[in-house]
Structure formats: structure tokens, C-alpha cells
Design a binder for this molecule. Structure first.
Ligand code: HEC
Length: 191
């Protein structure tokens, strides 16, 4: 793969910095081109993807009771105390529950409950992207817990159900069969 092929957006900046003489960044030159440094395990941990079947879900677990606290502290300001969403400019977050069965109507309400096909994606998305102002700051236990809280509020699981790598893939979301597969080969990332 040439450098041009792997250089996109922010990665270009990283490459440009990496292309500076090593002494400019205080690094010991490495690799075939004599610049940059090998990514550490810690840095690589920021790159993850949890596919629909739940492969690579981390260990740990959480339940709605703990999730209610995480939600109140870290999510409610933007998504509303009742998960109803917040239309305010600046901190507005989506409505997370409700809208079941409305997608084909003239007033569709798109939420995690009505639209999302897999509960595992909820874990992946929250761990990766939420809270919006501090993505990646939640522990895996907190993510499992707040996922359990949202799923229990949407009445997809019982309030006492614990979510973990085994249980989460077993949750059947209402719109699971509402999607068509996309056969383009470049999208088959997890095969
Ligand atoms: C500072 C405001 C803010 C906070 C805090 C916040 N969110 Fe969000 N959230 C957003 C915004 C804005 C979006 C839409 C992001 C986008 O579309 O790119 C969003 C999107 C989401 C979605 C996707 C909804 C959908 O249907 O697409 C989920 C799920 C979610 N947030 C969960 C959470 C959870 C759980 C927390 C707490 C751990 C949290 N958010 C904290 C603002 C926030």
C-alpha cells in the first residue's frame, strides 16, 4: 500500500508529522522508512468494532439499576430525564425510546427502540461515541449498565436482567427484520 493510499483527513496530518525528522519529535526512528513509531497496545485499544453478532464484546456486565445512575449523570442533560430527547440547540440529543411501529407511517419516530436492529450496536456506539462531550470515557461496566437501562426502559428486557457479552446478542430488537442486506463487497467488513 502506498503512502498516498493510506493518507486521508486527519491521518494525513499524522503522516505529515511522522514525516518530520525523528529528532524533531524526539522519537527514535523505526520501520522501513526510518520514521514513526510502532503503535502501543494502549493506542490500538482505541480502534475497535463490535459487529452485530456481538463478537469482541468485552468482559464485564451491567444492569439497569447502575445504568439509571450513569444515565442521570452522563446522558440525561442531552437525551432528557425520560429518554424523550432534547430539542435544545447545542446540547440536543435524540429521543432514545418509543416510536415502535411508526416507521412506515406518515409520522415516523426513529429511535433506538423503533429503528435499531441490534442491541450489540448500542454497546458499540455508546462506547465509541457517548457521552457526546466525552466519548470513550465510560468503563465497559458503565456502558453495559446504561445499555441495560435503555433496553429496559424500552421494555425489551426486564429491569433486573444483567447484560454482558453472552446476553446482549440474545436481545431481539423490534425492527431486527426491517433491513435488507447490502451485498456490496466493500461493506462486508466482518466476514
Ligand atoms: C452533550 C450532549 C450529549 C450527551 C451528554 C450524551 N449524548 Fe447521546 N447524542 C447526542 C447527540 C448530539 C447525538 C446525535 C449524534 C449524531 O447524530 O452524530 C446523540 C446520539 C446518541 C445515540 C444515537 C441515537 C440514534 O437514534 O441515532 C445514542 C444511543 C446515545 N446518544 C446515547 C447516549 C448515552 C447512553 C449517553 C450517556 C452515556 C449520551 N448519549 C450522552 C448528545 C449527547
Amino acid at each position: 500500500m502506498s503512502m498516498r493510499e493510506i493518507c486521508r483527513g486527519a491521518a494525513c496530518l499524522a503522516l505529515a508529522l511522522a514525516a518530520l525528522p525523528p529528532h524533531a519529535l524526539g522519537q527514535t526512528p523505526q520501520g522501513p522508512y526510518g520514521f514513526g513509531s510502532a503503535a502501543s497496545q494502549e493506542e490500538l485499544a482505541d480502534f475497535f468494532a463490535i459487529p452485530a453478532d456481538g463478537r469482541r464484546l468485552p468482559s464485564g456486565s451491567g444492569d439497569a439499576a447502575r445504568g439509571a445512575k450513569v444515565y442521570a449523570d452522563q446522558c440525561a442533560a442531552c437525551h432528557g430525564a425520560q429518554l424523550e430527547g432534547n430539542p435544545a440547540k447545542g446540547i440536543g440529543g435524540d429521543k432514545l425510546i418509543g416510536g415502535r411501529g411508526t416507521l412506515a407511517s406518515s409520522t415516523p419516530v426513529k429511535t433506538v427502540e423503533s429503528y435499531w436492529p441490534y442491541a450489540t450496536t448500542l454497546f458499540d456506539y455508546i462506547k465509541r461515541a457517548m457521552p457526546f462531550n466525552a466519548p470513550g470515557s465510560l468503563s465497559d461496566e458503565d456502558v453495559y449498565s446504561v445499555v441495560a437501562y435503555i433496553l429496559s426502559k424500552a421494555e425489551m428486557i426486564k429491569a433486573t436482567d444483567r447484560m454482558n457479552a453472552t446476553m446482549l446478542p440474545k436481545v431481539i430488537m423490534p425492527n431486527r427484520d426491517g433491513f435488507e442486506g447490502d451485498p456490496r463487497p466493500e461493506l462486508q467488513l466482518y466476514r
